[in-house]
Write a protein that binds this ligand. Sequence first.
Ligand code: BG6
Length: 497
Amino acid sequence: MMNPLKPSILIILGAAGDLTHRKLLPALFNLFLDKRLPEKFSILGFDRKKLEQEAFRNHLHEGVNEFSRRGKADQESWVRFSRFFKYFSLDFTEKDSYLKLSEELKIQEKTWEEEADHIFYLATAPSFIENIVNHLGEADLLHDQARTRVVIEKPFGRDLASAIHLNETLAHVLDESQVFRIDHFLGKETVQNILALRFANSLFEPLWNRTYIDNVQITVAEQIGVEHRGGYYDNAGALRDMLENHLFQLLGLIAMEPPTSFNQDEIRNKKVDVLHAIRPIPKELVAEVAVRGQYGDGNIEGQAIRSYRDEPDVAPESVTETFAALKLYIDNWRWQDVPFYLRTGKRLSTQIAEISLQFRAVPHRSFPASATELWVPNHLSIRIQPDEEIILRFQAKQPGTAFKLEPVDMRFAYRESFSKQSPEAYETLLLDIMAGDATSFVRADLEKAAWSAISPVLEFWGSTPPADFPNYPAGTWGPKASDELLERDGKQWLLRG
Ligand code: BG6
């Protein structure tokens, strides 16, 4: 099959950094092995670090060996792949660097005798974004809207005001259609499958509303701590690091109205409608609907875990939350008064990401009480990781002469139904960027709506330091207040210890 992608030059700014090493290069190498890269393709890596070509290649090779889903690279493929890239040690805060960059683009296009798409991937610390895009604009590298794209990674600001400011800076030199804001959750296979489950089946959609759904729960639980990212994380916290972006994207997909087409803006319009419909949280209600936590010493699967405040680069008296839970309502016809409970945290007991729709109780229990001791409401769970599964829980009669009900699961597991290994999120997203398809990227208005929705919580938490941190031991399901958030509504987390 001919590869339909146009000649492309991927310019990675921050090429010597962690993201390139762990995510981008392993993903690009896998695309290469799958023959999904454009026939005319080149990667220009820029960073301040002084590195010879050989040292740069070796560094990337190690990254691929360690982080590629296929494991170690075979030597022959690696050598063929490494011809695609070149490293330049340049300071991207200096104007002259962009003259060099511009020259390199021309040299490459001259060799191909063809104009190429230019993809500027900002794999740098967020503080460089504005400086880089301004330089790119000044060097006239962004004017061709059809051929030029800029990719940025979260965090997109740290509150509503800074997010608006960032968007304005981008809008100054770029058309919104050129901006690809990455939320890597949107590249995950099971997340993309939410659209298939909801809109390629007639079975679920009639039930997907306030008449049948009692509550919706979105949990992204991590066992890992902050690893080597204490410096960044201590200034961010769980609300900014995960909830405002990854969990809100899941919320958008799970709660959106059916799109009329697969047009990129149609899907994003439907998602942004959801975020715009989030009922504003009055500041005086924050303590009732939002829970924060920070892990103390604990134990995960037999291993002693030190508290967050003892992690490297974390302030010893830090009040940054490593756990956040939020109860939200979506004010529209479909979801009026259905609570959405979102939670995420680090150093929790299990590594799992799941969205569950809990159905309403049956209107009348005709069975005798002795039959329904184990009765639970139906729920549909979309498990995103570690196992990619969809599970429907319903009641069945236990085998035996007595009439007793027991909940059972109907389970679809990706790895059983499909033998093919799923691509990494970055593989899918990089291909989309090359194809210019922005469906799975965060549009400016969506970003703004997400920050607006959490602003009252950010402000309240920022102005009222927590008195009880650390308030959950590593290896548990978070602070007690997170269970109480649901218990007050007569509900429970479906995933619990
Ligand atoms: C990142 C967060 O965006 O997502 C990290 O900054 C988090 O703190 C990570 O660990 C989780 O992503 P994944 O794909 O490993 O579940």
